[in-house]
Write a protein that binds this ligand. Structure first.
Ligand SMILES: [Zn+2]
Length: 230
């Protein structure tokens, strides 16, 4: 499927009933559901505990943990969860964004497209990966382009649903850039759809978040045309 076709199928983001959540990959809220005590234990203890439980999962599956190839897997997975693929759960890893004056008085749309991300579906804990495209109008301040990338990676490194990821990136851009004029489009592949369940290896899912000037049809079209251009 080409990007153009994906964008025509963007679904509006709506609140949903909790019973709708599950295999349909809908988010219950734009906030990641975290408990208040989420960070009462430190990373090292989390790794130790996850290691123990992952060892148990592998054992129950009947795997021989004495095998040289498998012995290190529980700790490897635990470290990967805490330090890498779910590191965006911890607010201490939130990127700090330095703002710069918009010296050139550039008042047109700024677009950063094709930001690659790797995330995990929160319903199956398998990868979601794809591209995020972000645009904004400066409120007089700009941020380094690498910062936009870091914001995307921070929210991707959580158990996610694509709709929430898209909204979280959009809201963070608004907060950091102090502007309402933000647009975010996300095209993603879901391994839980491709490798299991319906086994559809070709479909992609498109989601979008538009606020401020991006609610204007012409502005939105300019952004989408830019994303679709080579
Ligand atoms: Zn899933």
């Amino acid at each position: 499927m080409r990007p153009k076709e994906i964008l025509l199928n963007i679904r509006p983001i709506k609140p949903v009933d909790s019973e709708d959540i599950g295999d349909d990959h809908l988010a219950s809220s734009s906030e990641t559901p975290l408990r208040p005590d989420a960070f009462d234990i430190d990373d090292e203890e989390k790794i130790d505990r996850i290691e123990k439980h992952f060892r148990e999962i592998m054992h129950i599956l009947g795997l021989d943990l004495n095998d040289d190839s498998l012995g290190g897997t529980p700790r490897r997975v635990a470290k990967m969860y805490v330090k890498e693929v779910f590191s965006g759960l911890n607010p201490k890893n939130r990127p700090t964004a330095r703002l710069f004056e918009n010296k050139y008085n550039y008042d047109q749309m700024l677009v950063e497209k094709d930001i690659t991300f790797y995330s995990h579906c929160e319903h199956h804990f398998v990868p979601i990966y794809g591209k995020v495209h972000v645009a904004y109008f400066s409120s007089g301040k700009v941020i380094g382009l690498s910062k936009i990338n870091r914001i995307v990676q921070y929210f991707a490194k959580r158990p996610q649903v694509q709709e929430r990821l898209t909204v979280q990136i959009g809201k963070e851009m608004q907060r950091v850039l102090m502007t309402e004029d933000v647009g975010v489009v996300c095209d993603a592949n879901h391994m839980c759809v491709a490798s299991r369940g319906v086994g559809d290896t070709n479909s992609k899912t498109g989601t979008a978040y538009f606020s401020g000037k991006f609610n204007n049809e012409n502005i939105r079209r300019e952004f989408l045309n830019y994303i679709n251009s080579k």
